[in-house]
Design a protein around this ligand. Structure first.
Ligand SMILES: Cc1cc2nc3c(=O)[nH]c(=O)nc-3n(C[C@H](O)[C@H](O)[C@H](O)COP(=O)(O)OP(=O)(O)OC[C@H]3O[C@@H](n4cnc5c(N)ncnc54)[C@H](O)[C@@H]3O)c2cc1C
Length: 440
């Protein structure tokens, strides 16, 4: 009887494995463990099975290609090393600036004025090679710059946006606090009016780019009106300290900060006139949530591209891994997920462009796409075996990078609840015992 395991074991005992070893071409000992090409030489783009390009304008196709080429050339060779060290590769910022994607959909002020689809594709192409880089640009562009563009005065736009668009200055966006994450609208940082400006006091947590950003967009509660206001704060403002959060398991290149504001003075000219309540952040979050939804799409395209190459390069049982049915099924499942995620993301962009996208639709896009992305990344991680836990082969890194994306810009749960509130008309964020108490 030869069940698979015992037959193989017998072969090994009989020297079968040894004889096939001696029949193999001589090992190239100059390359340690040459199982497959690492991700520093990025794999060809093969994940776009349903030909997304057919749905794009020539300009959108062009920006997609431009970003892909830059990321593969400039970022792919260094990303594993910087991810491992949890350091930011400052030397690539000028190269990212040359892609002309910072500022995304903003028109004028030196910004690229891309369509939302073009901006989303740029986000995905950056994320395909490195999710941390895409988060760096997303926080800077789709959160901080967009807040200035949508809620700032004409003078503020002229003063800040051009240098941010070139990435000669970097911005961050600070909403979350140590005690207010999902419940961010209850934030406690205060803004108190004084002669000629405002005094900010409080703390922020998790702020991407926060350790080195030149410009910080800070949200605080107006001590007189009790409403949320927005402020532009400079890096060297007295009383402001930013400390790097260490030991992240994902997006390790992103420098997230704990920020403490101890009587930080902000002149009147740096208060954002368009942020007068928490609701005013909604128009910024509507765009950024679409962008965040495209990050996992890009990440999964990179994972698939890597798996596709790896499975054809590495052999086991004298056959490429790609020849095994179970591996083929996993590849097909990943590919199907990516096509569905892409079409949902594309449709979100079209709804936004038509001016009809609702908050629930944006939230469903973000939550559902991140859910499918987690499944896709887990399959990819399995397919690479041991190398699926090594940063060098992209997939382990991408697998880890998805975790914070599943959580930020509204966790999977919170975004699901936003959608469910819209379709049922019933909000379920607060436990019922608190809702009953508040009615008393
Ligand atoms: C890497 C990273 C980068 C980030 N970058 C930024 C940034 O640049 N700027 C910024 O302002 N913030 C940033 N954030 C913060 C991010 O938006 C928050 O982490 C997120 O909103 C979740 O908040 P929390 O971590 O406090 O989790 P919590 O709110 O404590 O939630 C913990 C768990 O409870 C669940 N939960 C909470 N409330 C409910 C509810 N009502 N119903 C059901 N489930 C619930 C959540 O879904 C989650 O699973 C970043 C976070 C990370 C990890």
């Amino acid at each position: 009887m030869t069940v698979l395991g015992s037959k193989l074991h017998q072969d090994e005992l009989n020297g079968g494995a040894r004889s096939s070893y001696f029949n193999s071409p001589p090992l190239d000992v100059s390359v340690a463990f040459p199982q497959a090409t690492p991700a520093s030489k990025f794999p060809p783009h093969v994940a776009d099975y349903y030909q997304l390009d057919d749905l794009l304008t020539p300009e959108e196709q062009a920006i997609r290609l431009k970003v892909r080429q830059c990321m593969e050339k400039e970022v792919a060779p260094v990303m594993a090393e910087y991810w491992e060290k949890a350091k930011f590769p400052f030397h690539v910022i000028p190269k990212l600036g040359e892609m002309c994607v910072a500022g995304g959909t903003i028109k004028g002020y030196g910004c690229p004025g891309l369509s939302i689809t073009g901006s989303a594709l740029a986000t995905a192409e950056v994320a395909r090679v490195d999710a941390s880089c895409s988060t760096f640009i997303l926080v800077h562009s789709s959160l901080a710059m967009l807040t200035i563009a949508l809620c700032g005065s004409e003078e503020q736009k002229q003063k800040y946006l051009p240098s941010l668009a070139q990435l000669s200055n970097v911005a961050c966006w600070a909403l979350t606090e140590p005690d207010y994450g999902s419940d961010a609208s209850a934030l406690r940082t205060t803004a108190t009016k004084v002669a000629g400006g405002w005094i900010l006091e409080g703390q922020k947590r998790w702020i991407g780019n926060g350790t080195f950003a030149d410009v910080l967009i800070i949200f605080a509660r107006n001590a007189s009106t009790n409403q949320i206001n927005g402020f532009i704060v400079k890096k060297d403002a007295p009383g402001l300290t930013a400390t790097k959060i260490e030991n992240k398991i994902g997006l390790r290149i992103v420098q997230n900060a704990d920020i403490v504001m101890n009587k930080v003075f902000v002149p009147d000219e740096d208060r954002l006139p368009g942020v007068n309540s928490f609701q005013d952040t909604a128009k910024v979050l509507a765009v950024s949530r679409v962008m965040v939804a495209w990050q996992p799409i890009g990440i999964c395209m990179g994972i698939y591209d890597m798996c596709h190459r790896y499975l054809r390069e590495r052999k086991q049982f004298k056959a490429p891994l790609a020849a095994f049915q179970i591996n083929q099924q996993k590849l097909a499942q990943m590919l199907g997920n990516i096509q569905a995620m892409t079409l949902v993301g594309w449709r979100l962009c079209k709804l936004y462009e038509a001016g009809t996208m609702t908050p629930g639709q944006a939230s469903l896009g973000k939550s559902w796409i991140t859910l499918r992305a987690r499944e896709t990344a887990a399959l990819g991680r399995e397919l690479l075996g041991g190398n699926g836990v090594l940063g060098d082969f992209l997939v382990a890194k991408a697998f880890c990078d998805l975790e914070p994306i599943y959580t930020y810009e509204g966790t999977y749960d919170i975004n699901s609840l936003v959608t469910a509130r819209e379709v049922t008309g019933i909000a379920s964020f607060k436990p019922t015992f608190l809702t009953k108490q508040s009615r008393l």
